[in-house]
Design a protein around this ligand. Sequence first.
Ligand code: AMP
Ligand code: GLY
Length: 414
Amino acid sequence: MKTVLVIGSGGRCHAIVEQLSQSPQVGKIFAAPGNAGIAQKAECLAIGDTEIEKLLAFAKNNAVDLTVVGPEVPLSMGIADKFAAVGLRIFGCTQAAARIESSKEFAKDLMKRYGIPTAAYEVFSDYTAALAYTQKQPLPVVLKYDGLAAGKGVVVAATRNEVQAALQAMLQDRKFGAGRVVVEEFLDGVEFSFMCFVNGSKVFPMELAQDHKRAYDGDKGPNTGGMGAYSPLPFITEADFNFALTQVMQKTAQALVSEGCPFCGVLYGGLIKTAQGIKVIEFNARFGDPETEVVLPRLTSDLYAIFNDVMDGKTPLITWSKQVALGVVLASKGYPDAYKKGIAINGLDKVNAQVFHMGTRRDGAQLLTHGGRVLLLTVLADTVAQAQNKILEEVQKIDCAHLFYRKDIGWQAV
Ligand code: AMP
Ligand code: GLY
């Protein structure tokens, strides 16, 4: 039996751990650092997801057969390079390949050079020059901090005042750090997430999902890490899918090979279906969160085998349930801005859904909130409408005065 180490602490890692625990090949699972939900299936370690030297020593000393990386920060710090250098097996891309997510400028330049469809853009480090450029652009205009900002470094500015405030925060007050800003054309259309297992130029697609990034119903409020998701997507035709696979995902994988930084891991395309065709909004170098919590529950083949086959250059067996999976995030009131932690959560035992912990901890037997996004509940059903009805019943069973959730996840599919 194999020993696996999963790095991360959110709902995505919980879903990966859950799926790996169903593999007949997997014996022991460690999670670093994990969370209160992950602890039901894995042994949680007191090692943070960016403590690379400690993670490496642990994997070496505990005969870990495979390490799987959830979040982007350790990838962008070079965890995969460091593990590979000492012969440890790790599923996650190199630091150079992770630039597809960690640098918006790298990603945009790559798309421009290789003819991968995306929004027109310019990059700025100077506040005055950026402001002058935006004044010549039609509204809304999109401003993106060029670095990792946990999904919060993007502003879709609808007024000149918003443009100015966002540029000031990013380039003068350095709210996220010393990075530059990409000013981008606004794309109008329906967004969807396309995650693929990739090794070099080989691309193995997963089923599509859609995230809901705005905090409140009706896609109102600030951008968040994601408030809910569902899979599959009825509005993406076979022709759309084939275009996205060949003209976006395969082309990008091949571009990274040509640039000397081949990608091995999960490549995530944040795509948009516009009147002018499918275009890229962003790439991520890892599984999406919350998309993973609705895509992996539909996987009916062995995730451990998939990771290994992809890494070994073989064609993995990937099969899916035909059912719809729909997941709703319960977030702390105030998120994505300031929120309280340590609030009691009860009622989980009554829930008839898959429960993924995003930000929880335990104090004795009591489960407590411990993050902005706290829990995600996923149900499977035959249609999106049925899944919506079912999830709203289940979400109400969670007894915690300090949480809020969206009631319209999946609205574009009903
Ligand atoms: P990103 O972090 O790049 O995925 O951006 C977060 C969210 O901002 C996306 O999911 C979109 O809803 C929105 N967004 C980003 N870029 C654009 C764009 N060029 N046009 C329209 N919306 C965008
Ligand atoms: N759901 C968006 C992301 O994982 O970045």
